[in-house]
Design a protein around this ligand. Sequence first.
Ligand SMILES: [Zn+2]
Length: 44
Amino acid sequence: MYYLCFDCGKRVEYEQTKVKVRCPYCGGKILYKDRRTVMKIKAR
Ligand SMILES: [Zn+2]
């Protein structure tokens, strides 16, 4: 399980967010879950 950084788009391991809720790469505080299953876009 991991989150995605809103700023740089890199994967942030969930374990890392327990220690610090911010991106270890760019320091961004906005992280979101990668919910691909929910994003059902009509791609035809
Ligand atoms: Zn980042």
